[in-house]
Design a protein around this ligand. Structure first.
Ligand code: F6P
Ligand code: MN
Length: 319
């Protein structure tokens, strides 16, 4: 399933065999740099914000006075994180444009080769309850925003959970890192070439059952009868990460009166669909591959269904 995993056992004195052997850990910059040196540098900047973000979590918990372009109340943390990522991307000198869920527009930040789309704090309602949330990003190479998902060069996410993890994908595969394994602030490779497990275990569907379109109601019933386990955590990045590790089907669907769903194509659905495909899975709007959806505006939303390819194929055959 996974190409490589660091193995670690803990001895009686509490030190792990990894610490004793000081096994050489592979950093994000080294790993992604092997694919493209500029990508390695950019991802290192993105992941490098994680320790600072974690330190702010206990102190930036209040609502801000502003709303984002989807009319959602922003948190102080939404805005602060957005600004940290924009600054880091600008400082990298590798980026030309940035667009984020919080800014609602494309911002010119320099003359670099990359354009970056970003949901700085995905799952903001989980901040108050101390549940999983994260940062989702997509990277285009020499493409003006907004651009189609198909043209993504790389995508990834950070999860600020019990551990901070970083996942990135290129067309060549999906890889996962954890912060603090050997050195406190650094990320080290824990899984390389991740594939969705062929036997899908989990399903999760957002929105309201009474409002789901009939195809979703029927499919959810089938998955329940097939004894798949329900998981819904209220952050796309956390919910998708479970699918990546255990296999399954996750959706924020089209609903009656809301045919375009909730998830933002550029900041959420495209990067996650790109990662799903790179792990052997798929992503659909029901009628179209997510990555093929034409980019018409930065605020587009799409019904979003991602997961194991066989499940997505089965689901989309109903439309
Ligand atoms: O960004 C949108 C989002 O916060 C997702 O991360 C999450 O999956 C979803 O909204 C939660 O929506 P709801 O509160 O309707 O379950
Ligand atoms: Mn989000």
């Amino acid at each position: 399933m996974e190409g490589r995993k660091n193995s670690r056992t803990t001895s009686r004195d509490g030190t792990s065999s990894t610490e004793k052997r000081r096994a050489p850990s592979v950093s994000i910059a080294q790993h992604a740099g092997g694919f493209d040196p500029d990508l390695g540098r950019l991802l290192e900047r993105v992941a490098g914000l994680a320790p600072r973000i974690r330190k702010e979590l206990p102190v930036r918990r209040d609502p801000a006075t502003t709303r984002n372009l989807y009319g959602e109340q922003q948190l102080e943390l939404d805005i602060w994180m957005n600004d940290r990522f924009v600054d880091a991307l600008r400082d990298s000198k590798l980026v030309a444009q940035v667009a984020s869920e919080e800014m609602g527009r494309v911002k010119e930040v320099g003359r670099g080769r990359f354009s970056v789309v970003l949901d700085p704090l995905d799952g903001s309602s989980n901040v108050k309850s101390n549940n999983i949330f994260g940062t989702i990003f997509g990277i285009f190479d020499r493409k003006a925003l907004p651009a189609r998902g198909m043209d993504l060069f790389a995508a990834g996410y950070l999860i600020y959970g019990p551990a901070t993890t970083f996942v990135y994908a290129t067309g060549k595969g999906v890889h996962e890192f954890v912060q603090g394994g050997v050195h406190p602030d650094e990320f080290a490779l824990i899984a390389e070439g991740i594939r969705l497990p062929p036997k899908a275990k989990l399903y999760g569907i957002g929105g309201h059952r009474d409002k789901w379109i009939p195809e979703v109601k029927a499919f959810a019933g089938e998955l329940e009868r097939e004894l798949m386990n329900l998981r819904y955590g209220g952050s796309f990045v956390g919910d998708f990460n479970q699918i990546l590790h255990y296999g399954g089907f996750f959706a924020y669907p089209a609903q009656v009166g809301k045919p375009a769903g909730k998830y933002r194509l550029h900041f959420e659905s495209n990067p996650i669909a790109f990662i799903a495909e790179a792990a052997g899975g798929a992503g659909t709007t029901g009628t179209e591959r997510i990555l093929d959806v034409a980019a018409t505006g930065i605020d587009q939303t799409v019904p979003t269904y991602v997961g194991n390819r066989d499940l997505i194929d089965r689901f989309r055959s109903r439309f």
